[in-house]
Design a protein around this ligand. Sequence first.
Ligand code: NDP
Length: 230
Amino acid sequence: MLVTGGNRGIGLAIARAFAEAGDKVAVTYRSGEPPEGFLGVKCDITDPEQVERAYKEIEEKQGAVEVLVANAGVTRDQLLLRMSEEDFTSVIDTNLTGTYRVVKRASRAMLRARKGRIVLISSVVGLMGQAGQANYAASKAGLVGFARSLSRELGSRNITCNVVAPGFVDTDMTRALSDEQRADIVKQVPLGRYAEPDEIASSVRFLASDEAAYITGAVIPVDGGLGMGH
Ligand code: NDP
């Protein structure tokens, strides 16, 4: 299985959960060192050539990817009037187009094998919206339409494609928020706290398991109740 952005945060928790269950795990990392215990493949998902090279290396060393978790993502928050073209397009290019690149490449072998599991990491923000995150929310909402289209295209070949929509999770991404912003968020979450990365990983594992064989095109919220009704 492959997790993009598996070197830290939610991606690393997902990679560990699959490895603990005995799966062969590859992770992409873009900067720094690869985490220990997995096949680390350097890859920036905004570059189609790096995506192709990463898959070739994984296929050589571990065989075809049967489970893909498209997790890599970025934020570049700004109110609309101050949001530059670059702020907007770079977030779309990573979160949405980057996901298209890795999913498209994985689907080739899955179609041949007539089986596969694809899980996309979206966000509660893609469903509810968030001031200052129009670029990020658009990219994460886009993943829902993308996944549902693929469910229809790939379903007859026994390939499922689902979305996990986390709420606020304690990682580097949210540690960048001010204490005041963090406190405001917690007030809106029925469970009254941030999620741990492992709590996202367990839903991803479920979607990749045999027990979830009849689930496709679904959006699974793991958000402490924040997005109810969306
Ligand atoms: P982090 O910022 O901790 O990690 C982001 C990961 O994405 C890193 O591994 C990073 O690699 C990788 N990445 C970013 N850009 C690229 C790129 N161009 N090519 C390859 N890899 C890239 O974030 P989280 O763990 O918090 O988030 C993981 C996912 O979950 C994201 O898609 C995020 O949007 C989503 N999410 C997070 C929530 C949260 O509250 N934290 C809530 C809802 C969704 P590198 O280390 O090299 O930078």
